[in-house]
Write a protein that binds this ligand. Structure first.
Ligand code: HSE
Length: 437
């Protein structure tokens, strides 16, 4: 049988990795797919030929990606350009031309996935995006297919390697935020715009996708609460450690009776949890489902060949399915398109979690009582209190509270009242906390 012909858009880190993996493992991949897979046409402007093993096997390289999606010989387009535009236009054009699409572009899927999947559905083609979430970890396939028997209750993931690397280095080596970020950029893990990593936008893209395939609802990136790691200080990392917790930048999606919580923020988690020990650039996703219970997926969330591993797995899936009835292919968002539900994503104020609070207060009688009274009046139950010795000459002492679960709205009210006390200095530092039990 003729090999399947691939058009590859982008020969950067992941594009180069994809060419290398497809070349090196060509025989094994063909045995799995049932057919050979050949990149016949690529598009790239700026690439390093010396870094890409197998580049000479590509018949044609154009500098205009639209030429590739218009190439009648191409069966499947792999989009590895990234960003919203022209990626969206290229993918829609490929679909219009009846081509299947594989993409690693989480931003594109999180923001334009509903439109893209509707177009693909109408044309009877597949759009696969495993590489978009947690790089090389096959988490989309695990949730969409491996856990298809279950009601998924919640997912919590470390889904940004750059952020995890920064927090790990701050904890282990006491390094500064900016210094570590520069290193992550040099290592090639950070997004083109590193604010996407540190502000949680990259993780929110991925979480939006996970929430949709977990609960069968359209993609709603704009309703995903997003908070970055920029405010975490060395002292919070230390205090959390003293109390038996680690601070991780988590994406959490949880189904409740009122709706779905979908939130990305720094989170204290007990250090005894496996996921609390996922360090450096590694990613991990913990899925809690009703039948199987918790399952944990760990691996490289970024990098050339780990991400290429997911791209090529999607390719193999599509090649295997090329002859099957389009109506019976695995649905894009795990649930059949006409079975997607209009489930409410809760505003952040309505979500419920436990909290770490760091409050700087004047060391005098009655201050602690005032704070605990405010917490009590807001229905907030305290789990632990830690008061540190004042630094020499310091007028204020840090007091750390761990609270039990409460609605964000109650905590916001309490924080406003605490901050207005005369004895309190500056803002209350709040980090959300999850036991993930
Ligand atoms: N910037 C991302 C990360 C790359 O650091 O995890 C993979 O999406």
């Amino acid at each position: 049988m003729e090999p399947v012909k691939i058009g590859l858009l982008g020969l950067g880190t992941v594009g180069g990795g994809t060419v290398s993996v497809l070349t090196r493992n060509a025989n094994e991949i063909a045995r799995r797919a049932g057919r050979g897979i050949k990149i016949t046409h690529a598009a790239a402007i700026d690439y390093d030929p010396d870094l890409i093993q197998g580049l000479d096997q590509i018949e044609k390289i154009s500098d205009d990606a639209f030429v590739v999606v218009e190439d009648p010989d191409v069966d499947i387009v792999i989009e590895l350009i990234g960003g919203y535009s022209p990626a969206r236009e290229l993918v829609l054009k490929a679909i219009e031309n009846g081509k299947h699409v594989v993409t690693a572009n989480k931003a594109l899927i999180a923001l334009h996935g509903n439109e893209i999947f509707a177009a693909a559905q109408a044309m009877g083609v597949t759009v696969a995006f495993e590489a978009g979430v947690a790089g090389g970890i096959p988490i989309i396939k695990a949730v969409r297919e491996g856990l298809a028997a279950n009601q998924i209750e919640w997912i919590a993931g470390i889904i940004n390697g750059t952020g995890n690397y920064i927090l790990t280095e701050m904890r282990d080596k006491g390094r500064d935020f900016e210094d570590v970020l520069k290193e992550a950029q040099a290592l090639g893990y950070a997004e083109a715009d590193p604010t996407f990593d540190v502000e949680g936008i990259d993780a929110a893209h991925k979480l939006t996708i996970l929430g949709s395939i977990a609960f069968g609802m359209p993609l709603q990136f704009d309703k995903t609460y997003t908070e970055g790691i920029g405010k975490i200080e060395q002292q919070d990392v230390l205090y959390a450690g003293e109390l038996g917790y680690r601070i991780k930048h988590l994406g959490i999606t949880r189904k409740t009776e009122a709706g779905v919580e979908q939130r990305v923020h720094p989170t204290l988690i007990p250090e005894r949890r496996l996921i609390a020990n996922v360090d450096g650039v590694m990613n991990a996703v913990l899925v809690n489902s009703d039948a199987v219970g918790p399952t944990l997926y760990y691996g490289a969330g970024a990098g050339a060949e780990p991400t290429a591993s997911a791209v090529v797995a999607d390719l193999v899936d599509i090649v295997r399915a090329l002859t099957t009835d389009p109506e019976n292919r695995v649905p894009h968002l795990a649930f059949q398109p006409d079975a997607l539900a209009d489930i409410k994503i809760l505003p952040m104020e309505e979500t419920e979690t436990a909290y770490y609070l760091r409050i700087h207060a004047i060391d005098k009688p009655g201050v602690l009582a005032d704070i605990t009274e405010i917490l009590g009046d807001s229905g907030i139950s305290i789990e632990a209190i830690l008061q540190k010795e004042p630094a020499e000459d310091a007028k204020h002492v840090p007091i750390i509270f761990l609270t039990q679960r409460i609605k964000e709205k109650n905590m916001n009210d309490a924080i406003t009242k605490i901050e207005s006390l005369d004895a309190i200095d500056g803002e209350v530092m709040r980090i959300r906390m999850e036991t993930l039990g």
